[in-house]
Design a protein around this ligand. Structure first.
Ligand SMILES: Cc1cc2nc3c(=O)[nH]c(=O)nc-3n(C[C@H](O)[C@H](O)[C@H](O)COP(=O)(O)OP(=O)(O)OC[C@H]3O[C@@H](n4cnc5c(N)ncnc54)[C@H](O)[C@@H]3O)c2cc1C
Length: 422
């Protein structure tokens, strides 16, 4: 049964993506009496909270899920799950339906390609990108997990530099240590190893990595440790403040390598692949130096690293959607602060799709900012929908809900909705 709205709202907004930014905008819009249709590609609207944030955040995840659920469970909200804009419904069709505004809260779901010609031919053959790898780690323990299964092995290489690449290195370490301990008859779940740290678990068992026979993975970064985007400069930071931030970055990396025992090698830029028998077995690198914030390749410093597994974790970018113009990796925003799209006056972006920041608080605040801008600036100059216009959009929404088997009851849908498989 779909929820009957007794007096129809004057405005209807479509939101693409129901996770952190999308649900926060939904909360603000419905608080002001605006009707919202949330189009979510997956059955569950948890986005990168479910498929990014690693599962050792076991206390935080349920709290974030609740923060997403609450606004979507509202009589003014029409949830449209399992509907990917650009696949199940085109952006042009969505525009034609007659919403007052469209908000793109679809995050960054495409791994930034590693710039080595032909490297993608090695996907699943000694090479993974971060997103499917983290998806596997977050879900493989679930009963009936049928997604992509990833192999994990010691002495792997991670190409990256940001916080997510540190998580990838941690996953490799806790998984390989858990497996090696298991072979000695010591059963410790990878999540317990993460909570305690690899160092502590080995100490408790009178072991070291060498004694256990595990070669650690190495995180390769093209810049220096002090450049890692694990802490940001404050806007308008002085040279002194920038230096402090750089020290914080080095400190955070040192803590991670000390606790989780992976290795770090900065100033190393991957140049080429080494493929043997159809499998990626290593990379050729060149040493770099950083000058005026630019990465300079140093002549005659090429070196080769062989490794059974390479994971590229160099960032995620928005997926292209036909009809939304792009400049490079991003949609063409006229105004990044308010997420105004250059080409369509009634389309805005919010959260990670605009900010590019993999940060929950930043996404939520940006969702809030754009929704408030809509409420306080845009809606007052927007003609409301007539009851007939409203009815027509609602019919289209309900027709799509019917196709995906959503009967308007958010709670009962969520009880049976299962995580998606890539
Ligand atoms: C490995 C990793 C570790 C992280 N650790 C932290 C951390 O410790 N702390 C922290 O603050 N942040 C962390 N983050 C980042 C954080 O999870 C994200 O920045 C945040 O969840 C983004 O929220 P969002 O709503 O902007 O985007 P998303 O969560 O990406 O939401 C986008 C939503 O849109 C949907 N969608 C996408 N495309 C379409 C489409 N075409 N049609 C319909 N729906 C679509 C998606 O399914 C999703 O539900 C981490 C991320 C990763 C990957």
């Amino acid at each position: 049964m779909s929820v009957e709205v007794v007096s129809p709202p004057k405005y209807l907004v479509a939101i693409v993506g129901g996770a952190v930014a999308g649900s926060e905008a939904t909360r603000i819009l419905t608080d002001h009496g605006v009707g919202v249709a949330v189009f979510e590609q997956n059955a569950r609207p948890y986005g990168k909270i479910e498929d990014g944030l690693p599962r050792w955040h076991d206390k935080q995840k349920p709290k974030e899920y609740e923060k997403i659920n609450a606004p979507l469970h509202h009589p003014l909200v029409h949830f449209v799950p399992s509907t990917k804009i650009g696949r199940d419904l085109s952006f042009a069709d969505l525009k034609d339906w007659g919403f007052n505004y469209i908000l793109l809260a679809n995050g960054a779901w495409r791994d930034r390609p590693l710039e080595i010609e032909g490297i993608d031919d090695s996907i699943d053959k000694g090479f993974y990108y971060q997103n499917p790898f983290i998806h596997w780690f977050n879900h493989y323990t679930e009963t009936n997990f049928r997604g992509l299964s990833c192999e994990v092995c010691e002495d792997a290489m991670v190409i990256g530099g940001g916080l997510a690449s540190i998580d990838v290195a941690k996953i490799l370490m806790i998984e390989t240590i858990s497996q090696a301990l298991g072979k000695k008859g010591i059963v410790i779940d990878p999540i317990e190893i993460e909570h305690k740290s690899c160092k502590k678990v080995l100490e408790e068992n009178g072991l070291t990595l060498e004694k256990l026979g595990v070669t650690p993975c190495t995180l390769y970064y093209r810049r220096r440790a002090c450049d890692m985007p694990v802490a940001s400069f404050k806007p308008g930071a002085s040279e002194e403040e920038k230096k402090k931030t750089q020290q914080t970055r080095e400190h955070l990396l040192n803590i991670a390598t000390e606790k989780y025992l992976f290795r770090f090698q900065g100033n190393s830029l991957p140049l080429d692949k080494i493929v043997e028998n159809g499998r990626l077995v290593g990379l050729r690198f060149i040493k770099t130096e950083i000058k005026d914030d630019r990465v300079i390749k140093l002549p005659n410093t090429e070196f080769t690293v062989r490794s059974p597994l390479t994971i590229s974790s160099i960032g995620s970018v928005p997926e292209p959607i036909e009809g939304i113009p792009m400049k490079g990796e991003f949609y063409t925003w006229k105004n990044w602060d308010l997420g105004e799209l250059d080409s369509h006056h009634n389309v805005f972006g919010l959260g990670n799709v605009v900010t590019g920041k993999g940060n929950i608080v930043v996404s939520r605040k940006h969702g809030q900012k754009v929704a408030e801008y809509l409420i306080h600036e845009k809606l007052k100059i927007t003609p409301p929908l007539t009851p007939d216009q409203y009815k027509k959009v609602l019919e289209k929404i309900q027709a799509r809900q019917k196709i995906v088997g959503y009967d308007g009851d958010f709670s009962s849908w969520m009880k049976k909705a299962v995580p998606h498989e890539p």
